[in-house]
Ligand binder design. Sequence first.
Ligand code: NAP
Ligand code: G3H
Length: 494
Amino acid sequence: MPDDFFADISDGKTPPTYRFFNGKEWVVSTSGKITAVHSPIDASIVGHLQVVTTAEIDAVMETAKAAQPAWEAIPLNQRVKIMHLAADWTAHFADYLIALLMREIGKTTDEAKGEIMRTVDLTDYFADEAQSLRGETLDSDNFPGFEKGRIALVERVAYGVVVAISPFNYPVNLSASKIVPALLMGNSVVFKPPTQGAISGLHLTKIFQKAGVPAGVLSCVTGGGGEIGDYLVSHPKADLITFTGSSDTGRAIAVAGGMKPLVFECGGNNPAVVFPDADMSLTVREIIKGGFSYAGQRCTAIKYVLGTSGVLESLLQEVLLQMKTLVHMGDPRSPETKLVGPVISEQAALHIEEVIQEAVGDGATIATGGKRTASYIEPTILTNVKPTMKIVGTEVFGPVISFMSVNSMDEAATIINGSHFGLQASVFTKDEGTGIVFARQLNVGTVQINGSPQRGPDHFPFLGVKRSGLGVQGVRYSLEAMSRLKPIVLNKPA
Ligand code: NAP
Ligand code: G3H
């Protein structure tokens, strides 16, 4: 039963006050401070979190450091078994976790189910893939001037203590995507979940504990990023930081973290470029799904659409028409709601409303939407948007798509390459050759031809350039990122 399984993570009251996991036990912070998590659906309190102290962070880091060598030393096949068991427990509690995610972060049933089942598959896939990661041996005679016989044994070793920081929009999946590869490669992990999403993160931590991750190897500390973040990432016992979140927070972590290795998935501001020969019905469906799913709160959401004026006008009419059946804003628990539930908080909604109004002040026109009620923002299409407007340079984490007319596809490429962001771009054309040639001009992590931007399938490489990220994620790439090469060179006796 979930209540027994998760019993020690909270006081069991309504609403519960959650404990944090110091690597060994579920405990109340000595700070005496708690923070409330409100549901974006109706502002009700989902639970309270501990705000940990710096002394507690010191203790957790110490514990993680001490536990890591033994964890790295156990056979890989045992770590693999524990991860498969964690996947099984996640599947076992799927319904419970889906309901929690819906309440804590406002996902629809389909979106929450997608996140949990994807986490099960991802965890299993990581565990299988870890079995096939190998080192290599290199001989010296390939390089000019060297004889055969100087041998490098290139092994993969853990970094040590990994600090894993995840965002609110995938608090289970984007936490597991950090914790699982780090643990498989023999690191210990200090996990800091997002405040909004921490309750889901604490449940995930409990699943790893029950699956058999030994004491000290994984901990979960709660508290606002603004309060404990700097201390955590600049901690001398932290050996690597893996982070997903906004570009501004990423920059702050890079400064505070100093010379520590960093793996970052940051913000996106993803364009869709529509060629005149595009399949219009596919393009319209993909733009609507890409722009509005989870109320536009995906780093991979489509944020602006570029096309020549004739193409853009007919596309706009079709998008507005199809939105009537494909999009319905409402309570994410209602089966009538399609794609657009609330954004994460009323404060976030107020900010998005301001950005829309500012764009209108700058000359943009609201073709549909634009209004806010509490934490709900109507699905919004802005037209007459110009590349110089502030909205184009900003990641609007909400259901807002800007339509921008260009004179040529070269101009579209110039606008995309001029952005501070560089996560993904979509290109819609029936001629895949044209799509590939255009894709090659774009300085972004990934280009999708005839599809909306997306992270999955999760074994594909996933990366952002410029302010959108550092390093590469995706199953094999994440395992590689969570380990380093260590050559041991056998020198030929003279
Ligand atoms: P965020 O505000 O940057 O927060 C992300 C995480 O960082 C949270 O756990 C947050 O904790 C923590 N944090 C905040 N300040 C910190 C600091 N100074 N030091 C250390 N940690 C700190 O992002 P978000 O609003 O949760 O997520 C939305 C953003 O994430 C968007 O920009 C989106 O594009 C990006 N994202 C990117 C990807 C990708 O793969 N590229 C994927 C998902 C999301 P608190 O919650 O306690 O403040
Ligand atoms: O929010 C950023 C996520 O990495 C997006 O993942 O494309 O699967 O929704 P997704």
